[in-house]
Write a protein that binds this ligand. Structure first.
Ligand SMILES: *[C@@H]1O[C@H](CO)[C@@H](O)[C@H](O)[C@H]1NC(C)=O
Ligand SMILES: *[C@@H]1O[C@H](CO)[C@@H](O)[C@H](O)[C@H]1NC(C)=O
Ligand SMILES: *[C@@H]1O[C@H](CO)[C@@H](O)[C@H](O)[C@H]1NC(C)=O
Length: 434
């Protein structure tokens, strides 16, 4: 091979192995008006230029449909092409929207071609549909959801729709609260996807000891339990965060200081290691508000995002921080309450939150899981999410229980993170080429 080819190959490996980091983006503005291209451009630019950090250049969307249209592609795509932002696409499938969502997706493929499809990290069919259809979601009155069978049908429709297009190789997934994943009634959805999107909010886990001090432990308990049912598939952190303001939830207190602690302890342990879409950059006047820049768009965050005090050794103790008693093959009893969801849907809403996902680069999470725990004190629970900017959040929770069998996970402990691996290969190739 020519040096140039070696270099090109190495760079393509680096790209393929990249780990994504970004935020969730709803489809409306604070006042409920639809976001258009210029709005998304402002959001994406702001994320890339956040002070004290860098690299937040991926966007998770909830719908393929531009607000105000039946099935035209969301203009976030044009903004992403312009700003070179990668995309975790989402189709809002609850409530009968699948057909129009698919039409918008196909239209985007034919309209924008590879300048669009090259940006696609994956496609989520649905968002928290199983949660909303669960006993807990219905008690919380969080809106219409889908049964696992309906969701699998929608997933199959999307697979058929992209077959033969430039997106045919896209990684297909679904995003839900983590206790929906560990609910064995939903296992057909796990079978149907390539990756599982993990939404988890210790803040909302009111049936647990959900102080900020215990938040990292609860977060990783949820990740471990999800990995335990994932059959080796990737778990991406699609929503997580801690509110900067709002009401207390159980023992959880919303504050800027606590949001920073959650960012430092959870965010800094996953950024760059697993694909992560944080909830959220700007949350307008929602309550609770998860926005790290406050209500007004600004590149000045409410707290230092630098992770400069974070040391990776602190992540090694993740699993021991869980309330566990355990042996290595564990059975976690998950009892809990996923909690209030934003009462938003993709077509109407602007805000949503996301959570971290452990993915193809399970450096930290796999480590945590490998030594993991037996769930124990009966706790733990689902996640939930934030509120929408359109002010329709719901923060209620109720309790339910589910049980999950968590298998011992002997994943890629010690395997270099993909991005590091790719970078090393690229560096070696560069040295050879030079
Ligand atoms: C989205 O929410 C709006 C307002 O709550 C509702 O009228 C609409 O039917 C919902 N659409 C879907 C697809 O759920
Ligand atoms: C488990 O999943 C099924 C199917 O989605 C749902 O009907 C049920 O309510 C869920 N159970 C709990 C405790 O959430
Ligand atoms: C790091 O820790 C020091 C000492 O506790 C603190 O003063 C500083 O603000 C922290 N920096 C960040 C970025 O969190």
């Amino acid at each position: 091979m020519q040096m140039k080819q070696v270099l090109a190959l190495a760079l393509s490996i680096a790209a393929a192995e990249a780990t994504y980091k970004g935020f969730n983006y709803g489809s409306t503005n604070e006042d409920g008006s639809y976001r258009y291209k210029a709005d998304f451009v402002s959001q994406f630019k702001n994320a890339k230029n956040l002070q004290t950090t860098s690299g937040f250049n991926s966007a998770r969307l909830y719908t393929m449909i531009q607000g105000g249209t039946t099935d035209s592609p969301i203009e976030a795509i044009e903004a992403a092409i312009e700003e070179e932002v990668s995309l975790l696409l989402g189709l809002w499938t609850s409530g009968g929207g699948t057909t129009n969502e698919i039409a918008a997706l196909k239209s985007a493929i034919s309209t924008y071609g590879s300048s669009f499809t090259d940006l696609v990290v994956g496609i989520s069919i649905g968002s928290e549909d199983l949660y909303r259809d669960s006993v807990t979601g219905q008690e919380a009155d969080d809106g219409v959801g889908m049964t696992p069978d309906e969701l699998v049908d929608a997933i199959d429709q999307v697979k058929d729709a992209i077959a033969g297009t430039t997106l045919s190789g896209a990684s297909i997934g679904h995003v839900d609260t983590w206790d929906a994943w560990t609910n064995s009634s939903n296992s057909a959805v796990i079978d149907a996807v390539d990756w599982l999107g993990f939404d988890g909010y210790p803040y909302f886990q009111t049936t647990d000891e959900n102080t900020i001090e215990n938040a990292k432990s609860l977060f990783y308990q949820g990740v471990d339990a999800t990995k335990g049912v994932a059959n080796g598939k990737d778990v991406w952190i699609t929503e997580t965060g801690w509110p900067v303001s709002g009401a207390d939830e159980g023992e959880a207190v919303a504050s800027i200081a606590n949001a920073k602690k959650f960012w430092d302890e959870v965010g800094c342990s996953i950024f760059g290691n697993v694909n992560t879409w944080w909830y959220i950059m700007q949350d307008y006047g929602a309550s609770p508000s998860f926005g790290i820049v406050g209500e007004t768009l600004s590149t000045t965050p409410l707290f230092d995002l630098s992770c400069s005090n974070y040391t990776s050794s602190s992540s090694a103790s993740v699993s021991t921080a869980t309330k566990s008693a355990g042996s290595s093959s564990s059975v976690a009893t998950v009892t809990g309450s996923p909690v209030g969801r934003h009462g938003n849907n993709g077509t109407a809403a602007s805000g949503f939150k996301s959570i971290p996902a452990a993915s193809s680069t399970p450096l930290i999470i796999a480590t945590a899981t490998a030594s993991s725990s037996t769930g124990s004190s009966g706790s733990s629970s689902g996640s939930s999410s934030g509120s929408s900017s359109s002010g329709s959040s719901s923060g209620s929770s109720s309790s339910s229980s589910a049980s999950a069998s968590t298998t011992a996970y002997s994943g890629a402990v010690g395997r270099p993170a993909g991005s590091i691996f790719g970078a090393v290969v690229a560096a070696i190739a560069l040295a050879i080429a030079v």
